[in-house]
Write a protein that binds this ligand. Structure first.
Ligand SMILES: *[C@@H]1O[C@H](CO)[C@@H](O)[C@H](O)[C@H]1NC(C)=O
Ligand SMILES: *[C@@H]1O[C@H](CO)[C@@H](O)[C@H](O)[C@H]1NC(C)=O
Ligand SMILES: *[C@@H]1O[C@H](CO)[C@@H](O)[C@H](O)[C@H]1NC(C)=O
Length: 361
């Protein structure tokens, strides 16, 4: 069976899932976590992400955003303090749960007045405050900038003195026409073209979020049983090779390598359960897509309609993005792995049966 057929089936099943009552219970299961995380976010007033030499490389290497803006400043500098609200106005468009244009650019800042950042600021030849750079996030990570370097993909933003001018500058780079007053993002459509690298990059936020919750649900419902272990292992193999997010691939690989320790065959045996009643085992402490996931909000999957929202939508994107990355030679393995995974780890009985019928055709 070809994978394109598989992806059609996946689409159908996830649409079924969405309309089911169980989908609602999946969402409410994860809602407590979402609430915990989002109340944390409320305390944060800044949209721009504070970076220092400890996390600079990691954050920029791992962000799903396609571009990054780095502001080098000094907290004592009056011009920098005056500039902050301007920078924040733009950061608000691109960063955080209320971003109107999520996934496009990560807006960050580095305080060069902190000793720990001295080397970092030197690497970028920071000559005045505030000094702004633009470039691909991966080029910032373990990168640098020198005034005479012509081929660098990192550029100084030479005209960003006000929020309007900064956004104009960014618009010019992107060929976009974003405005400071753009309305709150309401996405009523799933990513429509999953072969479009831009859409995938933005959808990766949700793919990561959904991957985390898929495992959270498996643990919450204690679904790893002697007869389902093999199926989980197969699905993990698929994730290691084809998950669109590098850090989820890495996390899946770690789970796979340590599978017997993280999921010992007796992890939920009756004796153990009595000892610790709310035990998710060692796997429960493992963040499959890294420390930053879950973020507690969805990017694309936050439409107002049920079927474009939350976990169901995220899962759709996960399965879909897997199906487009599968090579021909492994489509049979992949198809079986996904079918078995759905069959064993979906809590919607009706969808599972439906899907199982299609899978066994
Ligand atoms: C969306 O889901 C909620 C429960 O999760 C339900 O009460 C509501 O009727 C649904 N809306 C639509 C349009 O299906
Ligand atoms: C660097 O940033 C991280 C993450 O925000 C923070 O936990 C850490 O305390 C910062 N280090 C210094 C020296 O400010
Ligand atoms: C999807 O995106 C790819 C890459 O950007 C493009 O070549 C293709 O034409 C797009 N397809 C549709 C249906 O828009």
């Amino acid at each position: 069976m070809s994978m394109s057929k598989a992806s059609v089936i996946l689409t159908v099943i996830v649409l079924l899932l969405i309309s089911s009552k169980e989908a609602a219970s999946i969402q409410s299961g994860s809602r407590s976590i979402l609430r915990a995380v989002s109340s944390e976010n409320k305390a944060r007033v800044d949209y721009a992400v504070d970076l220092n030499s400890t996390n600079f490389d990691v954050v920029l290497r791992n962000t799903p955003a396609a571009h990054a803006v780095v502001e080098f400043y000094a907290h004592w500098c009056p011009a920098c303090r005056n500039y902050k609200p301007q920078y924040e106005k733009v950061a608000k468009l691109f960063n955080g749960p209320d971003a109107v244009h999520p996934g496009i650019a990560l807006m960050t800042r580095v305080d060069c007045a902190l000793k720990i950042n001295n080397k970092l600021c030197d690497k970028f030849s920071v000559s005045h405050y505030p000094m702004l750079f633009w470039g691909p996030p991966s080029k910032f990570a373990s990168g640098g900038w020198e005034p005479k370097e012509e081929k660098s993909e990192i550029h100084v933003i030479d005209d960003g003195r006000t929020a309007e001018r900064l956004l104009n500058w960014i618009n010019k780079q992107l060929g976009s026409s974003y405005g400071l007053d753009d309305e709150k993002f309401e996405n009523e459509h799933l990513p429509s073209n999953i072969s479009d690298p831009g859409q995938i990059a933005r959808a990766v936020y949700d793919v990561e979020e959904a991957t985390f919750f898929a495992f959270e649900i498996i643990l919450e419902h204690k679904m790893i049983k002697p007869h389902t272990r093999a199926s989980l292992i197969k699905f993990l193999q698929l994730l290691v090779a084809h998950h669109p997010s590098k850090r989820c691939r890495k996390g899946s690989a770690e789970v796979l390598v340590n599978f017997d320790d993280l999921c010992p065959p007796d992890m939920w045996s009756p004796d153990k359960q009595e000892a610790v009643s709310d035990d998710k085992g060692m796997l429960g402490n493992f963040q499959i897509c890294g420390k930053e996931v879950p973020r507690g909000y969805w990017m694309f999957c936050r439409g107002s309609k049920n079927d474009t929202r939350g976990f169901s939508c995220g899962l759709w994107v996960v399965l879909h993005s897997l199906s487009v990355r599968i090579e021909d030679g492994e489509s049979q393995f992949a198809f079986t792995a996904v079918c078995d995974f759905i069959n064993n780890f979906f809590i919607c009985e009706e969808c599972r049966e439906h899907f199982y019928q299609m899978c066994s055709r």
